[in-house]
Design a protein around this ligand. Structure first.
Ligand SMILES: Nc1nc2c(c(=O)[nH]1)N[C@H]1C(S)=C(S)[C@@H](COP(=O)(O)OP(=O)(O)OC[C@H]3O[C@@H](n4cnc5c(N)ncnc54)[C@H](O)[C@@H]3O)O[C@H]1N2
Ligand code: MOO
Length: 391
């Protein structure tokens, strides 16, 4: 059996960057820029007043000084003339300051009588003018190298972009397999269970930037699996769930191989997730996940999310951090164990129950505590590496 590190390397070797497409700014949140974009103009494009008041053409303004008001500059309606030393222009926040402006007096500091203003209070030190390009300059490069968030979108809008080159969403096909599986909401006959993993994984992959399709549940027959794999044609990544182990009805490895799978590996020294298999199936990467609900979801976090990040040209590494343990732990066996745990006040408590069928434990967990193969026992307070679980 290969190690988690070796499996990760082989999985990442199965994928490459997805195509580039143009999307509208409104559809850009959550997407990844395919290349840097540049600001189309200075921001602000002109020197602008930051306050409502009067633009004047001199730095010196002492109590009692008078200025003649020669016009008005409002946002979107610039004053057409020029300011001289003893004149003033009524101005509003965001309006272009007229040529010759040295500062803006806020209206609270002046008294207006007819077409004259008189400085009535000591103006503060601020000139109340925002320089052209004071936020950013035309030509400035923007490349956040992460999925675009609301602040990035605001920035791109201000930079003058209505369409953006982004990485396509990796097209993922998920195939749940098993005669016992019924879709959620359907009544259960004898021996049947509700299919769950595919839904959780689809939500996980879509949140990571994929476009995931859930194929109809396949039965445990070679014919059903063959037909189902055909339905996955066109996907960048095919993920099957279940039937990956060694039982008489675990047919995925055989069916995928029959369909043309170029196998990269089968079985990883990890817990949960041991029966994982992967390879290339025609034009797609192929990953066969174990059926146990926790195994499938943990493998999604540890293996598929990095593959999706690589396809989106993001750094693929699984994020980890070191935290102290709130409890002691017995030694670990030969497989790398991803223990479901919970963080409280900065300390990690792995759950008592770690069976890979227990979805309610996974749902309550917020980290996976990593126990390397044959890890020695730990005392309370020892530091351990954890993977934060995505919501
Ligand atoms: N003799 C051995 N038996 C098993 C081994 C082994 O090494 N030797 N490995 C065990 C491990 S570890 C795992 S993990 C499981 C995984 O096996 P499969 O990938 O073949 O999964 P299934 O047998 O199809 O299903 C396991 C379990 O999960 C349920 N399941 C399947 N799909 C779904 C779904 N979409 N949603 C919810 N639950 C699902 C299924 O009903 C089973 O209960 O094999 C061990 N056995
Ligand atoms: O590897 Mo299995 O996923 O422990 O239950």
């Amino acid at each position: 059996m290969i190690s988690v590190e070796e499996a990760t390397d082989r999985l990442l070797a199965l994928v490459g960057p997805v195509e580039i497409e143009d999307v509208s700014l409104r559809a850009a949140a959550g997407r990844i820029l395919a290349h840097p974009v540049t600001a189309r103009h200075d921001q602000p494009p002109f020197a602008a007043s930051s306050m409502d008041g009067y633009a004047i053409g001199t730095e010196a303004a002492n109590i009692g000084d008078a200025f003649r008001v020669i016009g008005e500059s409002a946002a979107g309606h610039p004053f057409k003339g020029k300011i001289t030393a003893r004149s003033a222009v009524r101005i509003f926040t965001g309006a272009m300051v007229p040529p010759g402006t040295v500062r803006v007096l806020i209206q609270e500091d002046v008294a207006r009588v007819g077409d004259r203003i008189v400085v009535a209070a000591e103006p503060g030190g601020s000139v109340n003018v925002r320089a052209a390009g004071g936020d950013f300059r035309a030509g400035m490069e923007f490349d956040p190298k992460r999925s675009l968030g609301s602040r990035d979108v605001a920035m791109l809008a201000a930079m003058g972009h209505d369409m953006l080159p982004v990485r396509s969403r990796p097209n993922v096909a998920i195939l749940m397999t098993g005669d016992e599986l019924r879709p959620p909401g359907e009544p259960l006959g004898p021996g049947e269970i509700t299919a769950s993993n595919g839904y959780g994984l689809a939500a996980m992959f879509d949140a990571a930037g994929a476009e995931t399709h859930l194929l109809p549940i396949a039965r445990d027959t070679s014919e059903s699996l063959r037909m189902a794999l055909e339905l996955a044609t066109g996907a960048d990544l095919i993920v099957t769930i279940g039937g990956a182990s060694v039982g008489d009805h675990d047919l995925i490895a055989g069916a995928a191989s029959h369909a043309g799978l170029d196998l990269a590996f089968h079985k990883v020294a990890m817990r949960p997730g041991k029966p994982l298999l992967a390879g290339r199936l025609h034009d797609a990467a192929f990953v066969g996940l174990p059926g146990n609900p926790v195994s499938a979801m943990v493998c999604g976090v540890i293996f598929i999310l990095p593959m999706l990040r690589a396809m989106l040209t993001l750094p693929p590494q699984v994020p980890t951090r070191r935290v102290p343990l709130a409890t002691s732990l017995a030694s670990n066996g030969p497989r790398q164990h991803y223990m479901r745990g919970r963080m409280t006040h900065g300390l990690c408590t792995p759950f008592e129950k770690q069976d890979s069928s227990l979805l309610h434990i996974l749902q309550e967990a917020d980290v996976l505590a990593i126990r390397p193969p044959n890890d020695s026992p730990h005392r309370k307070g020892d530091e351990i590496e954890v993977v934060p679980l995505p919501r």
